[in-house]
Ligand binder design. Structure first.
Ligand code: 6MZ
Length: 348
């Protein structure tokens, strides 16, 4: 049963800015997908990492491959996107930026264009059903696919930025950080920036990406995903930190994902502490709530518990996330009003 503390985090209005669609599929939705495709012989243990379990980052990427097998038609994408949006809304998320890598599948006739259209359709359907959440979409580049696919993805995103009534707002750069080189993707990312797409880039998720991070920070991106190894205490460098500070680039931090994926040894050693103590803009996010068996309320609760944050500090953290969204200022204003309207007594 939910206690009073759990209820505080659940009812806390929240902003989710780092959520990969196929990593966010819940147990319930996976069940529906498995029943649609029993011949694949996929079990739940292959699609999620449970409580107390940890995997290597490489093993996490195997999990995405399994989920991709289950989600390979327009119908699947529509169901998955719509379920994920409703689950975030039920968890008190008022503004969500979903990100996903467009895929094609010759067997099912899925094209990358249809993929994006279908995610947009799910967002519109949820809106027309009155689900209380504002959802935007970041089109993702999987770094392992190289220069040409990155450019093709940016062009697709550009097209939808102009035709989706503001729903497509940016580009995400993600994928296995040990594969591919960010340098090859610079022309595509630069083009995205020039045409008005916002950039959220996974940076320094693993050590040994210092040169790449330095290069990508020169763009500069509008937000950073993870940034686990940027700071000098973990082998990063002060000059990288200085660039982040100079451009005031917010970081999207995903505690459970980093602990379960073993890029951070334990919650108390998470780089949340480093950036929080600097007073730098950070946003708590889930990354892959399905794969890592979490939700945004839990992530806020974990951060508060681990780093001794008061309820006021937690409230501020969720409120300040509004400053980091990619939707226009009018949306920020609406969200700020929502926070004011729901602020519990006793929280300043
Ligand atoms: C980097 C990640 C990720 O795009 O099919 N993805 N990329 N680091 C992570 N940390 C754990 N988690 C997810 O969602 C799944 C895809 O998102 C990226 C990977 O490219 C993965 O294949 P979509 O919706």
């Amino acid at each position: 049963m939910e206690n009073e503390t759990d209820a505080f985090y659940r009812e806390l209005p929240k902003v989710e800015l780092h959520a990969h669609l196929n990593g966010s599929v819940s147990f319930k939705t996976i069940e529906k997908l498995i029943s649609r495709k029993p011949h694949l012989n996929i079990g739940h243990d292959m699609t999620a990492i449970g409580k107390g379990q940890r995997r290597t980052l490489d093993e996490c990427f195997q999990v995405f491959k399994v989920i991709h097998q289950l989600v390979d038609t327009e119908e699947d994408i529509l169901m998955v996107a719509s379920d994920v949006i409703k689950e975030f809304a039920a968890d008190g998320v008022k503004y969500l930026e979903l990100r996903s890598t467009p895929r094609e599948d010759k067997n099912t006739g899925l094209t990358k264009k249809k993929y994006v259209e279908t995610v947009i359709k799910a967002i519109q359907q949820c809106k027309s059903e009155g689900v209380d959440i504002d959802v935007r979409f970041l089109v993702a580049i999987d770094r392992r696919n190289g220069t040409d696919v990155a450019m093709e993805t940016v062009k697709l995103a550009e097209e939808f930025m102009l035709s989706s009534d503001g729903l497509v707002v940016g580009i995400d750069l993600s994928g296995d950080p040990t594969i591919g080189d960010g340098k090859d993707l610079l022309p595509a990312l630069q083009r995205a920036k020039n045409c008005g797409l916002k950039l959220s880039l996974h940076l320094s998720e693993v050590p040994s990406q210092l040169e790449e991070s330095d290069l990508l920070l020169n763009l500069p991106p509008d937000r950073i995903g993870h940034g686990t190894f940027l700071h000098p205490e973990v082998g990063g460098s002060q000059s990288l930190v200085d660039k982040v500070l100079k451009h005031n680039i917010p970081l999207e931090l995903c505690l459970t994902s980093n602990v379960k994926g073993r890029t951070v040894p334990c919650y108390s050693k998470h780089h949340f502490k480093y950036w929080y103590e600097l007073g730098h803009p950070i946003v708590i996010c889930t990354d892959d709530k399905g794969v890592f068996s979490t939700d945004l309320s839990q992530e806020y609760q974990l951060a508060a518990f681990t780093f001794g944050l008061s309820r006021e500090a937690v409230w501020q953290l969720s409120q300040r996330a509004i400053d980091c969204i990619f939707a226009p200022d009018t949306v920020k204003q609406q969200l700020r009003q929502k926070w004011i309207d729901t602020q519990p007594q006793g929280i300043k």
